[in-house]
Design a protein around this ligand. Structure first.
Ligand code: ASP
Ligand code: MG
Length: 434
């Protein structure tokens, strides 16, 4: 036991970095990542990387074609992904090109093998086997490129470390086993001052099937590494200057926020802000590990620190979720809405993987808002129709403002045609027509 603690103490200075898809979406961007890493050559780093650019979306199309038994189309779509990765590798590598190509081709073969068969298992299983390859390809190229630049590093297949259950596409980490693997394989590499290049988003079952942790799950992987390695910090490198008070694409005068509490970020993510994957905060908060959000386009910008702090004087933080539907459920027999109804509804939500973005209870009715996943919503409505009269209203937007003030209310709320409004001292949430 003492020995293990010793190990962990010594690695107190180690840090985890996470680079998202946009930071490695071209040869130029990959060389930019290397340039950033070179600035931190004194640190011990575990570096978690996502799939290049939109590769995950492209792989989703491959698996959809495969599952629709359009084999030729699936293979063609996959060829395009192969070509992109080989081109990037060729552009970046000279001495290490052949070794890299061999490793990429191993990954390609893994997928193609599968694509040549007909699907016999559930979609989600194939999804994970195919989609997980995006992170393997990207990390492989980055790792060889760093070697080419003289930056020593060790490529680790995270599927040997992150053990999950077989809940494909939303797999759950087996903490105890994964911690053991981290101690056994990752800690010693950190001790030897080796930089580790590994994948976010993916893991494997005890039967060696690949799994994924949910879209955009790399932040969460990086947080798990930080937790299990007792890292000094986690840095997520993004294409934004820092966390902003709103999405600048929706609100151009959004302002940067340089310091946030874990609590604030959890709330923001919960209400739908696309800042950081919502599962990321807990592993960090539990060990009081600060999270830095930094800009890979300009590493000198201050970015944001997310830590154990109390935030005062935050600007209004605005989250706008478009494309919402409202569902009103009224008990058929005029009975009060009780625990049994709620229990049943939440079971259906689970079954249909629906998560309400807003809920409101009345005496004989319930109101929910959802992202407009038409198919899921209509399946859910059919299930609920036995117990409730169901009424669905599409074409809505859900606006949440934390720390609102009068100016923000006037600008974003009061001029809207509201269907539901929920207000506390700190928060206001309004479902309104778009
Ligand atoms: N590549 C995965 C995705 O696009 C995971 C991630 O980027 O975090 O969802
Ligand atoms: Mg991503």
């Amino acid at each position: 036991m003492a020995k293990k603690d010793d190990l962990r103490c010594k690695t107190k200075k180690m840090k985890v970095y996470k680079f998202g898809g946009a930071s490695v979406n071209s040869a130029e961007r990959i060389s930019n990542v290397a340039a950033i890493l070179e600035r931190f050559s004194d640190d011990d780093l575990v570096i978690v990387i996502s799939a290049m650019g939109k590769t995950t979306n492209a792989l989703e199309k491959v698996v959809q074609a495969f599952y629709a038994e359009k084999k030729e189309e699936a293979l063609q779509l996959f060829d395009e992904i192969k070509r992109q990765h080989l081109t990037t590798a060729k552009y970046l590598l000279v001495t290490h090109y052949l070794a890299c190509e061999a490793r990429l081709r191993d990954c390609f073969t893994e997928v193609e093998w599968m694509l040549h068969d007909a699907p016999v298992r559930e979609f989600d299983y194939y999804y994970d086997q195919v989609v997980s390859v995006g992170e393997l390809l990207a990390t492989c190229i980055v790792s060889f490129y760093l070697s080419e630049r003289g930056i020593q590093n060790e490529w680790v297949d995270v599927r040997d470390i992150f053990r999950t259950d077989d809940n494909f596409r939303d797999a759950n980490i087996n903490w105890a086993f994964t911690q053991q693997q981290v101690d056994r394989y990752i800690q010693p590499l950190v001790q030897q001052k080796k930089w580790i290049i590994t994948q976010g988003f993916i893991g494997a079952t005890d039967e060696n099937e690949s799994t994924t942790l949910g879209r955009e799950g790399s932040d969460y992987s990086a947080a798990l590494f930080a937790n299990m390695l007792n890292a000094a910090s986690l840095t997520i490198w993004k294409d934004v200057e820092s966390v902003m008070s709103a999405d600048p694409k929706q609100i151009p005068d959004a302002v940067p926020i340089h310091s946030l509490s874990y609590n604030e970020v959890i709330e923001m993510a919960y209400y739908g802000a696309q800042v950081i994957h919502p599962k990321t905060i807990k592993p960090l908060q539990n060990k009081n590990i600060p999270l830095y959000v930094k800009c890979f386009l300009d590493a000198d910008l201050p970015g944001t620190i997310i830590h154990n702090s109390v935030n005062k004087d935050l600007p209004p933080i605005i989250v706008i979720k478009e494309n919402q539907v409202m569902m009103e459920l009224k008990t058929k027999d005029f009975s009060f809405v009780g625990d049994a109804h709620a229990y049943q509804l939440y079971q259906w939500f689970n079954e249909h993987s629906l998560r309400p973005t807003l809920t409101q209870n009345g005496a004989i009715s319930l109101i929910f808002a959802f992202d407009n996943w038409e198919e899921k919503i209509s399946r859910f409505s059919s299930a609920a129709a036995g117990m409730f009269d169901v009424h669905v209203t599409p074409g809505l937007t859900l606006t949440t403002i934390r720390h609102y003030n009068q100016a923000a209310l006037d600008r974003y709320i009061n001029n809207k045609e509201m269907l539901v409004k929920q207000q506390t001292q700190r928060n206001i949430r309004v479902l309104h027509r778009s």
